[in-house]
Design a protein around this ligand. Structure first.
Ligand code: MGD
Ligand code: MGD
Ligand code: SF4
Ligand code: MO
Length: 763
């Protein structure tokens, strides 16, 4: 191998496949899957080959920018930017209290190292309102996990590779991935006659085409389908009685509700043939090892929180949990998900669940939903949000209701955007801070969701930071220092860290840090800065930001020591933690973290009795009321738009230059031939797609893989990018068609997969 092939990873989806990347003069010239990575084992998809379009493009930010009074931006120095932003944040906090401050993002598909430092920055300043893209998809799932398993961070994963039967609900892993080495795993199931696959999707997707059974339901009817399947299981005695008795509580009450379900009537509402649902249920419930994988198709549609509950009941009631080929919990080296407990705000001693001021939405897993943010800014309440810091996100494109976002962002007294690119969100900012790209700094993702083997990949930079751009850990450290919220230096800990690097066996740094934490209760919140500045400064090749991982390894080994030792590392306690950290720091191709036993899953449950609690009052109510809810229909907007399909050439808003796409340049609207004929639309014709909230002109792609009455547009299009010197929008910006209030009442996650629209041919 020539020397300019370097180890790194793909940053385009949560799988973060390990890559070998060839570089030449600042460019990514060739990309391969890295076979030596223990998790991705050389897997790669077509999107990763285009990574130079992320690294090099016309919209890269090169220096800090400040908005001018007459519009436009001027370049300023880092010192000036940091001191002005720090000053304004403190001024707003002092005038209106910390509740006027909010934060959005903190990490995308490939960059989570900065998030650790962002979190320390928020703690230091007292920012409680943390908005995240995860709260526009997964908070319903987290909420249900909290109730079932005791804490919202009890997150489950799927052992697809060992399952005899897999059911994919509202997900298309062929394009979206989300499971380990998706296309290889799907192919293996498809070619093995002893294994089976069921897909629940209103579209005949690439995944559905490989399935044994495709349940092609009407959009938004999953709750009816899943409830009917559960009822069939019980009526036919297919539940795992011994499992339910030993491992759960609340089953008898749930059983009564499920047995009361009018199965045939529910199936009719889904539009699926009745026999096919019985067949699928039996196939799933009688498989020795079965696993359930669900994603946006049910998490961003009607009844989304209930869907998450029912989807989990499929694996719980059939006893497909805590064993090979089923669903299991997994460990996190650094938890991506929190648990929202009541807390005391400001000076008040009373503990309350934290809610937003205007919409009254309660925090879930430590997160607030993007759907409510514009309303929290754009109002005259004295406690409205006045300052927002956005990092690694582009809500002006990705948030529901593009116009509401534009209006709200313009109303802010302070908007700071940290990004690698000039984005639609950054355009509204008072200050734009240029981040080094993910190939220009030490980076990692915390999407380490595998079980029983879990891995971690610390990536080395491939290039120097572009122009004046900086890694986020440095940006947050500078901001927090400038606000006077952390000490300028830690001489004692620095001295101990220096000694520790020479004589690691003595554990001096660990003892010193323990003392510092014991004597200063506040230190814990900003520990990332301490580790970066003390332990991290002695790491070679400028890896200071990785210093926090040393701390994470200590905590991880405390919880999962046996599983870490099983990967072949020796030592116990702190010595094992040090060995794990050394392995991560030196393992540039990615390394194993832990190897659990399937039965270890039970040790992840957080209910004191160790049981799964099936009785969730809110879900019981929702389940009972399904019967009495009339089917959705809207004469004025007769089509259902699936607003946000994952395709071969979209990757959130990470690639800005549209030339990265080899096909589907326009992001076409899929429509069934019957509907096209009815509207007299020819292939590639233009049509106006109009919802109650906005309209778009789009090109049509007539295909019979979608149900009549349903149309679909891709996610991640509609970005501005200069062509011949003019900024032009490329493809449909679908959130012009979506609305903030069209969302789950409990979690405010959007119903993007169920947007009523009408279509008008362009004459
Ligand atoms: N190529 C590509 N891959 C990606 C991304 C990307 O932008 N591009 N983004 C990444 C991100 S951030 C995420 S969250 C994941 C999302 O990954 P997925 O959730 O798998 O992707 P989607 O295509 O949004 O939706 C999945 C399926 O839901 C179906 N669906 C729509 N309505 C319904 C319904 O009412 N019921 C059911 N059962 N199904 C329905 C759609 O037809 C679609 O096939 O993908 C990740 N991977
Ligand atoms: N209608 C509709 N809307 C949707 C969806 C849908 O299906 N339909 N999907 C939703 C989902 S699931 C998601 S996850 C969101 C995704 O949308 P967002 O949360 O907005 O995230 P990304 O599009 O991934 O944006 C990533 C941003 O990070 C920047 N970036 C890349 N690398 C770095 C870096 O190293 N540092 C910094 N600071 N910035 C960096 C990129 O330039 C880009 O601006 O969209 C949501 N919006
Ligand atoms: S887009 Fe996802 S699946 Fe494809 S190479 Fe990148 S990380 Fe792997
Ligand atoms: Mo997502």
């Amino acid at each position: 191998m020539t020397s300019n092939w370097k180890a790194s990873a793909c940053i385009l989806c949560s799988r973060n496949c390990a890559l070998l990347i060839e570089t030449q003069q600042g460019h990514i010239t060739r990309v391969r899957g890295d076979k030596s990575n223990p998790i991705s084992e050389g897997y790669i998809c077509q999107k990763a080959n285009r990574l130079d379009y992320y690294q090099n493009h016309a919209d890269r930010l090169k220096q800090p920018l400040r908005r001018k009074a007459n519009g436009g931006f001027e370049a300023i120095s880092w010192d000036q930017a940091i001191s002005e932003i720090a000053g304004k944040l403190l001024e707003l906090r002092d005038n209106y209290s910390t509740s006027c401050l909010a934060y959005y993002g903190g990490g995308g598909q490939g960059n989570h190292m900065g998030g650790l430092y962002a979190s320390a920055f928020r703690s230091a300043l007292g920012i409680d309102y943390y908005y995240s893209a995860l709260a526009q998809e997964k908070t319903g799932d987290f909420w249900v996990n909290g109730k079932l398993f005791g804490r919202q961070y009890c997150h489950t994963t799927e052992d697809i590779e060992h399952a005899d039967c897999v059911i994919f609900i509202g997900t298309n892993p062929w394009q979206a991935h989300g499971i380990r080495n998706a296309r290889s795993s799907l192919r293996q199931i498809a070619k093995d006659p002893a294994r089976s696959m069921i897909v629940v999707d209103p579209r005949r997707t690439e995944t559905a085409r490989m399935a044994d059974i495709h349940l092609q339901l009407q959009p938004g009817t999953d709750a009816y389908l899943l409830a009917a399947m559960l009822a069939i299981m019980l009526r036919e005695g297919l539940e795992d009685k011994a499992f339910l008795k030993k491992r759960t509580q609340g089953f008898s009450a749930l059983r009564e509700i499920l047995l009361d379900i009018p199965v045939e009537n529910f199936i009719q509402r889904t539009g699926i043939e009745i026999d096919l649902v019985y067949q699928a249920t039996r196939l799933f419930a009688t498989a020795k090892k079965a696993s359930v994988r669900a994603d946006l198709g049910i998490q961003q549609s009607l009844n989304s929180t209930l869907n998450s509950y029912l989807e989990k009941l499929l694996f719980i009631i059939s006893g497909n949990f805590a064993k090979q080929g089923s669903n299991n919990f997994h460990s996190f080296l650094i938890p991506l998900i929190g648990d929202s407990r009541p807390r005391s705000m400001g000076k008040s001693k009373q503990k309350m669940p934290l809610k937003t001021v205007i919409s009254g939405i309660t925090e879930i897993a430590g997160l607030f939903p993007p759907n409510v943010l514009p309303a929290e800014i754009d109002n005259n309440h004295p406690q409205r949000i006045r300052a927002l810091l956005v990092d690694s996100a582009n809500p002006a494109v990705s948030g529901a209701d593009t116009d509401a976002y534009s209006r709200a962002l313009q109303k802010l007294e302070l908007l700071v955007v940290i990004d690698v690119s000039m984005t639609e969100t950054a355009k509204h900012a008072h200050y734009i801070l240029p981040a080094a790209s993910q190939f220009e700094k030490w980076e990692a993702t915390f999407f380490n969701l595998d079980f029983p083997k879990n891995g971690f990949h610390l990536r080395k930079p491939l290039f120097q930071p572009l122009a004046e751009s900086l890694p986020e850990p440095e940006i947050y450290q500078r901001l927090t220092l400038a606000m006077g919220l952390i000490p300028k230096s830690w001489p004692f800990l620095t001295a101990m860290a220096r000694l520790h690097h020479s004589w690691p066996k003595l554990g001096l740094y660990r003892i010193a840090l323990g003392l510092a934490l014991a004597t200063n209760s506040k230190l814990k919140d900003t520990i990332a800065f301490v580790l970066q500045a003390t332990y991290g400064r002695f790491l070679a090749e400028g890896a200071a930001a990785a210093g926090t991982l040393w701390g994470a390894c200590q905590l991880y080994v405390k919880k999962h020591g046996d599983a870490v030792a099983r990967t072949g590392l020796t030592g116990r306690g702190p010595a094992l933690a040090q060995a794990l950290f050394n392995r991560i720091l030196n393992g540039h191709n990615g390394v194993l973290l832990s190897e659990h036993k399937y039965e270890d899953t039970w040790s992840f449950i957080q209910h004191k009795d160790g049981l799964i609690h099936l009785d969730i009052a809110e879900m019981f109510e929702a389940l009972k009321s399904l019967k009495n809810t009339p089917p959705e229909s809207n004469k004025d907007y007769p089509f259902i738009l699936i607003a946000g399909e994952r395709r071969a050439y979209n990757a959130n808003t990470i690639y800005r230059n549209p030339d990265w796409r080899k096909s589907d340049i326009d992001g076409a609207l899929r429509i069934h031939p019957e509907d096209a004929e009815h509207l007299e639309l020819k292939q590639d014709a233009l049509v106006i797609c109009e919802s109650k909230w906005g309209d778009l002109q789009v090109r049509v792609n007539i295909c019979d893989s979608i149900l009549p009455g349903v149309v679909s547009l891709p996610h991640g299009y509609g970005l501005e990018y200069p062509v011949n010197g003019h900024r032009t929008e490329h493809g449909p910006l679908i959130n012009r068609l979506t609305a903030a209030l069209h969302c789950d009442p409990l979690t405010a996650t959007p119903y993007h997969k169920f947007v009523p629209v009408r279509l008008k041919p362009v004459t």
